[in-house]
Design a protein around this ligand. Structure first.
Ligand code: NDP
Length: 396
């Protein structure tokens, strides 16, 4: 029986994780659940899964949850704050940690899980984008296991030979083909992108996801973050990763071998597949995902990415090539710009402009420690805020 902590349990990935876990009650037990504000959903999850701990960010929210659970037949301890989050990610009793908090808020608990040698199921790509080398070193030094949850990286993991991780040079891999749906605006004209709304940006054609990653998919920053994620996860130079648009999201990514073979992983676009894969690896378990019907699917299309309409992709490529703090500041600026777009304070096309501004106006050299990473992240957020305020004052 594996004890699992689900960080970000109330989100899209968190909910899918609990669905998969509940299909294998003989294998997995929920140790802790965490959330930010969604206490009604968290309460329901507590009543269903009876975790030992539940953690929220804010003590006032925790007090509300305790009051609401009074009289219920559960012994869940309700905790709050960053320390408690790291504690439930690193507790000796925990075997697996699903890292499914969105954004930089997930960095410290995800690192805590790696530091304490857990199996880390990594959905929170921003944590890896921010801490790249440090995170991978932490995994190695503490004998943690790192299994990708992002469907593309999980697919790549499945397509690579086992020998890749011990001897990549002699594994026969030539390059990786990272696929992306192209998002809801794949066919939109550049001029129409100026006026798209948050609702339109969040209406992804294939995946049902949280708001932040939905907007990232619409700008294609998601593919950019995934490129950076793939470079770290698989120790690859970005030039060895091709990005291909595949609108149906059936092929989740591919590995090209030196003999001309291309190995792909296919499946319906449902996060329960990579989640079940990573939870059970190296075994396989039921995920609840419907079988892929190739006759119904009928066709698979591919096209090249358009860097003119989706400049975020280029900004991410530049950041990983530049190294140093560039990925940290890229991610921070993106988080601020996406939040401003979601609250209608920024136009869709200004997301990329904000990131470019931050990248051009901030120079930070060293990000070797967690403190330096957090410092770079904070500085980039400040510059992004300044730029967004500047845009607002020019408008008024
Ligand atoms: P959601 O927005 O649906 O969920 C985010 C979760 O994180 C919620 O539980 C939320 O709590 C919690 N959270 C948000 N802010 C904080 C904070 N400051 N402190 C603590 N917890 C917080 O996101 P998704 O599930 O869509 O995505 C999660 C991660 O997985 C992201 O990094 C995303 O890029 C990645 N991912 C997601 C995929 C998907 O299909 N959704 C696919 C591949 C990767 P609350 O509900 O209370 O706000």
């Amino acid at each position: 029986m594996k004890q699992v902590t689900v960080l970000g349990a109330t989100g899209s990935v968190g909910v899918s994780t609990l669905d998969v876990i509940s299909r294998s009650p003989d294998r997995f037990k929920v140790f802790a659940l965490t959330a930010n504000q969604s206490i009604a959903r968290l309460e329901k999850q507590i009543l269903q899964h009876h975790p030992l701990y539940a953690v929220v960010q804010d003590e006032q929210v925790a007090a509300l949850l305790r009051a609401s659970l009074k009289g219920a037949r559960v012994n869940t301890k309700i905790l709050s704050g960053a320390k408690a989050l790291a504690q439930v990610a690193s507790d000796d009793a925990v075997d697996y940690v699903m890292a499914a908090i969105v954004g930089a808020a997930g960095l410290l608990p995800t690192l805590a899980a790696a530091q304490s040698g857990k199996r880390v199921l990594l959905a929170n790509k921003e944590a890896l984008v921010m801490s790249g080398d440090l995170f991978m070193r932490t995994v190695m030094e503490n004998n943690a296991e790192l299994l990708p949850i992002d469907s593309e990286h999980n697919a790549i993991f499945q397509c690579l030979p086992r020998t890749y991780f011990s001897d990549p040079e002699n594994s026969g891999i030539k390059k990786i083909i990272l696929t992306g749906s192209g998002g809801p605006f794949r066919l939109a004209s550049l001029s129409s992108l100026k006026t798209v709304t948050p609702e339109q940006a969040c209406a992804h054609p294939n995946w049902n996801m949280g708001k932040k990653i939905s907007v990232d998919s619409a700008t294609m920053m998601n593919k950019g973050l995934e490129l950076i994620e793939a470079c770290y996860l698989f120790s690859l130079d970005p030039r060895l990763i091709d990005i291909v648009i595949h609108p149906q999201s059936i092929i989740h990514s591919m590995a090209q071998y030196i003999d001309g073979s291309v190995v792909a992983q296919l499946g319906n676009p449902d996060m329960r597949t990579p989640i079940a894969h990573a939870l059970a690896w190296p075994e396989r378990i039921e995920s609840g995902v419907a079988d892929l019907d190739m006759i119904v699917q009928a066709r698979l299309d591919f096209e090249a990415p358009d860097y003119q309409r989706f400049p975020c992709l280029k900004l991410a490529q530049d950041a990983i090539r530049l190294g140093g703090a560039a990925s940290v500041t890229l991610n921070a600026a993106n988080e601020i710009a996406v939040a401003a777009f979601l609250s209608s304070d920024l136009a869709f096309t200004q997301i990329a402009q904000t990131i470019a501004y931050v990248q051009d106006n901030l120079s930070i050299n060293t990000v070797d420690t967690v403190d330096q990473i957090i410092d770079a992240d904070n500085k980039a957020r400040d510059v992004a805020h300044e730029y967004i305020q500047q845009i607002a004052s020019e408008k008024s």
